[in-house]
Design a binder for this molecule. Sequence first.
Ligand code: PMP
Length: 407
Amino acid sequence: MSLDIQKIRGLFPVLHQEVHGKPLIYFDNAATTQKPQSVLDALTKYYEHDNSNIHRGAHALADRATRYYEDTREAVREFIKARESAEIIFTKGTTESINLVAQSFGRKFIGKDDEIIISTMEHHSNIVPWQMLCEEKGAVLKIIPINEAGEILFEEFEKLLSKKTKLVSIVHASNALGTINPVKKIIDAAHAVGAKVLLDGAQSTSHLEIDVQALDCDFLAFSAHKLYGPTGLGVLYGKRELLEAMPPFLGGGEMIKEVTFEKTTYNDIPFKFEAGTPNIADVIAFKASLDFFKSIGKPAMKAHEDSLLAYANEQLKDIKGFIPVGTASDKVSVLSFNINGMHPFDVGQMLDAKGIAVRTGHHCTQPLMKRFGIEGTVRASFGVYNTKSEIDKLTEGVAQLARLKNK
Ligand code: PMP
């Protein structure tokens, strides 16, 4: 079934504007997606009608706010098919979710000479927390290499696995290349040596159907702002037995059962990991984003995004000087490229002048750029509201720029 994209575009107020006198073409969805009116309305409604602190108030507004907050937790559970909503922890974003696992699970269960495996294509937020942990604990970070297409070398991954491996932390879909990693195979191989697996779902959750029970991943981290939802909000999914065995990350209100100066007992999950007043408004509004996914259906969204990517590849591939970066066969709708003889930043600026918003640079994946021997790329990433005629404008712009340097 094909989607009514014009109708979908109508739900996103921000898309209907001009930049530099040209209609906005928003191709920076891998950095953050735009928000439908329903999410904006949910934010306003919360502040206009329901604003209250949650979980401890004895009045109507507090009850309401608590109920809406917990409704979102249940909606997230359903979205990733977790067994129970207690396994859903709200954080500030993917970055905080990964740091939570590093500081809590990592500090307790990873010791000297233990090994953590990540891949060459990780976002800095799935590199630095592990480097910090390894430095503190004397653990060792191992890196899965990739091929020229930007796909991990699975046999090399298998060689890295051993009894020393305590954790494999890997991106499900690369933000810089779009590559979808074979995570089920990775999880099964890691479990066979007794290692746990964290999936960085920052780019995958908006495109791919996620079933954490079928995948059997131990942790999944993602951000609401890449799911047509608010900024400053993320999720950490973890299996109950792991979350229960892990010490708290932050200490404070909400995460305790009882505090005395002699001893504090901690709250049950998920509250043990949600210290302080949480991001109530954004959590409540996030439910509207999840409803947006439900109303359209992820498979239909993905089919549309895949068709945009295929169309863009087809239109751009014969332009002299166009160099795609990341040509894996299995990708989400991320198109990274360079133009021969031009700096990606200059390409980005010139496209911006035409109203086309793309990302340029290293995309927080400096080691990946180094692997390809480049400083950065231009990245056009497509969301559900993008159209083929917008891609025609990109093609026109890229062709014009490429001609400048590639006679
Ligand atoms: N991992 C990946 C693959 C990402 O794309 C991003 C966001 N660019 C992150 C982690 C970090 O997410 P956030 O900035 O929302 O914490």
